[in-house]
Design a protein around this ligand. Structure first.
Ligand code: KG4
Ligand code: ZN
Length: 341
């Protein structure tokens, strides 16, 4: 099946073409101009999606060697995300659906991340534990099949990427903060400062990162009110990164062990972090658990992961189940929907 998939839930505009689960193109345009504001400005994000979505679709079709006439179904992220950004992608997809009489599969963005491990590695078998860790989400799932999974835990406050970004801001670093902290941490001592590992010993799989951010803020206020000297930044970055990574690794391994599952998938922007990848692999190998960390283009927000899961839904439900254009976007679908499964 030839699928054209659209992702626009935050600040990446992406269009992919997949043919029988194989990614033929996956064009991603990141809105880097948000960096100067220290975070994503929702209204500017939706306007930029409007400006670029059409040309990104054309580029994606060209790269795949296809035209819109070859496309048999559409997929679009409908939840969760920034409401304006979601509306741009889904309205664009609905327009295409009407014009070219194509079925359209609304996809949950987090489901896209969940199955990106299968997209990367088709031999990965169910069940597996999936850690979705980005600027907006930190969640652990137990995934049984393409249409069955259970949420094991969520962050109760900040997402891990949000913690990286907020700590970077406190340290006077740029946005996004994760890559900045990772870069500085390379030459730092992670044992220099002992920051809290939120909920690391709790019985459940929930996370909490706001205490870490507050602890960094108090430390700076109490010791370096006028600004932290540059030479201390690497140790601060390494210590803060260690606090986040340790919690993510410990909770993910505990979830795999308690559910007797032999595979872990990590995805989302924070999974670009090399220390997280390496520490997860090291800890997992001690328990005979394998780790799949998709290549960066499938870890960040991308349309290929949306098209991949849409095809599974089309195969299961048939194209005729996806002719309803009345679906609406939902900015907060993660909490309301997944707890019930
Ligand atoms: O998945 P993503 O591109 O967008 C969403 O939030 O949906 O994730 C962005 C987040 C940001 O918080 C950024 O600081 C974090 O991922 N990030 C990293 C790294 N690269 C990106 N965090 C830690 N280490 C990195 N290398
Ligand atoms: Zn995402």
């Amino acid at each position: 099946m030839n699928i054209l998939a659209i992702e626009s839930s935050c600040d990446e505009t992406s269009v992919a073409v997949l043919i029988d689960s194989e990614v033929r193109s996956n064009v991603i345009s990141s809105q880097l101009f948000h960096n100067k504001f220290g975070g994503v400005v929702p209204e500017l994000a939706s306007r930029a999606h409007i400006r670029h979505i059409s040309s990104i679709m054309s580029e994606s079709l060209i790269q795949a060697g296809k035209t819109i006439a070859d496309i048999e179904a559409l997929a679009v992220t409908s939840e969760p995300g920034l409401v304006g950004s979601l509306i741009v992608g889904s309205s664009f997809a609905k327009g295409l659906s009407l014009r070219y009489r194509l079925p359209i599969v609304p996809v949950n963005h987090i489901e896209g991340h969940l199955y990106s491990g299968k997209l990367e590695n088709q031999s990965l078998e169910f069940p597996f534990i999936s850690l979705v860790v980005s600027g907006g989400h930190t969640a652990l799932f137990l995934v049984f099949s393409f249409n069955s999974y259970k949420i094991l835990g969520l962050t109760r406050d900040d997402a891990a990427g949000e913690a990286f970004d907020k700590i970077a801001t406190l340290l006077g670093l740029g946005y996004p903060g994760g890559p900045e902290i990772e870069r500085l941490a390379l030459s730092g001592n992670k044992n220099k400062y002992n920051f809290p590992r939120g909920m690391i010993n709790s019985e459940n799989s929930d996370f909490s990162f706001s205490g870490l951010k507050t602890s960094v803020r108090y430390f700076l206020n109490n010791n370096y009110k006028a600004g932290i000297p540059g030479e201390l930044l690497p140790d601060m970055a390494a210590s803060a990164q260690a606090a986040i990574v340790e919690v993510l690794v410990s909770k993910t391994i505990a979830a795999a062990k308690s559910n007797a599952v032999g595979d872990i998938v990590i995805s989302g922007g924070v999974s670009a972090n090399l220390t997280l990848r390496q520490d997860m692999v090291k800890a997992a190998s001690l328990h005979g658990i394998k780790v799949t960390a998709p290549q960066m283009t499938y870890c960040m927000d991308n349309a290929a992961m949306i098209g991949y899961i849409a095809e599974k839904k089309l195969i299961e439900g048939g194209s005729e189940s996806f002719t309803d254009l009345s679906f609406i976007v939902n900015p907060t679908a993660l909490r309301s929907k997944y707890r019930e499964k």
